[in-house]
Design a protein around this ligand. Structure first.
Ligand SMILES: NC(=O)c1ccc[n+]([C@@H]2O[C@H](COP(=O)([O-])OP(=O)(O)OC[C@H]3O[C@@H](n4cnc5c(N)ncnc54)[C@H](O)[C@@H]3O)[C@@H](O)[C@H]2O)c1
Length: 394
């Protein structure tokens, strides 16, 4: 345990109170543990009593429409829900405790009462659905990725957000995992300096193909779904991935055999090395074939310190609070490392405070587009390719 270790919950959780004495010695450690144990849990403070009138769309295989606690947020009224399949639509309505349903997103968007939508629709439709919703004057939170494999869609989405002046947020779950959140606070406080190297991973071992609307998952290029991994650079630093060389692995699963998918994609796994705008490197693993491995995680290594999990090692003595802020009562932390409720809370609070949400269009495209270019590089045997940027920040 380093003297600069900052994660109280991790520390107590992994070591156990009873084994503290074996791990650290002397009064200082005991005093620190006592102070930590006495520290009162911070309470959520409302910023407004206004309720944002929301529409929720999509209740597919992951049942994501009801998984983000919109229905339990004190600043949300769910006006209506939708899914193309009537049974899913009814299930979503029940889970959201909402009576009004529409047969499609497109019809739901005509409802003038609705101010904001959560799009838990198929990934292939995210960009188009987001653009349409923005054009109907609705704020948008969308499941990841912002766009599936299309730079043209990314450009159109970027323009649509700019034109609308509305809030757009991509619900990248890694952004609110405890480790990524902690890394972001420490980075902002200068605890890492510039990152020499970072790594992000989304491993998802699968035998066969997970079901999806119109089968968008079958044979999808893995790097087109990069955001759980790229969040461990972009979502920590706010900096950019500027160029990439990527290698593809030709797995033996049926969906990746020649002619077996609509994407003409031969790769079940893609490993990319990126250049960063800080002059460092970032390595992304997007795998499906590594036996029994499932993980969404990352690590960062800087000139002044490094972090794996929520434990800081480094030169900075004056570390910030790395505990994630409290949620309103009844809003569940939810899945993917307790990120779901936090993403909803961030989106709703950004509307209430009229500010940019954490994963706005700039950050969303900075996490999504590098994967599209990585796949292009893999198809060219790892040729280094430049990554288009959707803002001036590099
Ligand atoms: N960790 C994460 O962030 C994470 C994890 C899992 C899934 N996801 C994302 O969540 C989303 C949903 O995943 P899924 O597996 O449930 O998808 P899915 O393909 O199984 O279901 C999509 C649903 O959207 C509905 N839909 C599509 N177009 C519609 C329209 N015009 N109007 C109304 N409904 C429409 C379909 O009927 C379908 O039920 C995906 O985009 C996926 O990428 C993210």
């Amino acid at each position: 345990m380093s003297e600069h270790s900052v994660d109280r919950r991790d520390f107590l959780g992994t070591m156990g109170i009873g084994s503290l004495g074996a791990a650290v010695t002397g009064h200082l450690a005991a005093a620190a543990a006592a102070a930590a144990a006495e520290k009162p849990e911070p309470k959520w403070q409302p910023v407004s009593d206004r309720k944002i009138r929301c529409g929720i769309v999509g209740y597919g295989v992951c049942r994501f429409g009801a998984a983000f606690s919109f229905q339990d947020h004190p600043n949300v009224e769910i006006v209506a829900v939708s899914d193309l399949f009537p049974d899913r639509c009814a299930g979503l309505a029940k889970a959201c405790r909402c009576e009004k349903t529409y047969e499609s997103l497109e019809v739901l968007l005509q409802d003038p009462k609705i101010e904001a939508v959560f799009l838990a629709t198929d990934a292939a439709s995210h960009a188009r659905h987001s653009i349409t919703a923005l054009q109907h004057g609705k704020h948008v939170m969308t499941a990841v990725p912002a766009t599936l494999g299309s730079i043209e869609d990314a450009e159109q989405l970027f323009e649509a957000v700019k034109q609308s002046g509305l809030k757009y947020m991509m619900a990248e779950t890694s952004s609110y995992r405890a480790d990524c959140y902690a890394m972001r606070q420490v980075y902002a406080a200068g605890g890492f300096g510039r990152l020499v190297y970072a790594e992000g991973e989304y491993h998802h071992y699968l035998v066969g193909v997970l079901d999806s609307y119109k089968d968008w998952r079958r044979g999808m290029p893995p790097a087109w779904y990069p955001t759980h991994a790229t969040a461990y650079y972009v979502g920590v630093t706010g900096k950019r991935l500027t160029a990439v060389s990527c290698q593809g692995f030709r797995g033996q699963q049926e969906a990746f055999l020649p002619g077996a998918n609509r994407y003409n994609n031969p790769f079940s796994d893609e490993i990319a090395l990126f250049q960063t705008s800080e002059g460092g490197s970032f390595r992304m693993c997007r795998t499906r074939s590594i036996h029994s491995l499932g993980a969404e995680t990352g690590r960062v290594f800087g000139e002044r310190g490094w972090m794996n999990g929520t434990t800081y090692q480094g030169a900075e003595k004056n570390l910030p609070n790395i505990d994630r802020p409290p949620l309103p009562p009844r809003v569940a932390e939810g899945g993917h490392g307790g990120s779901h409720g936090r993403l909803t809370h961030e989106f709703i609070t950004a509307i209430l405070e009229n500010r940019e949400p954490l994963v706005n269009i700039h950050e969303a495209l900075a996490m999504t587009v590098p994967g599209i270019i990585a796949h292009q590089s893999a198809l060219k045997d790892g040729e280094t390719l430049k990554i288009p940027q959707f803002d001036t920040q590099t």
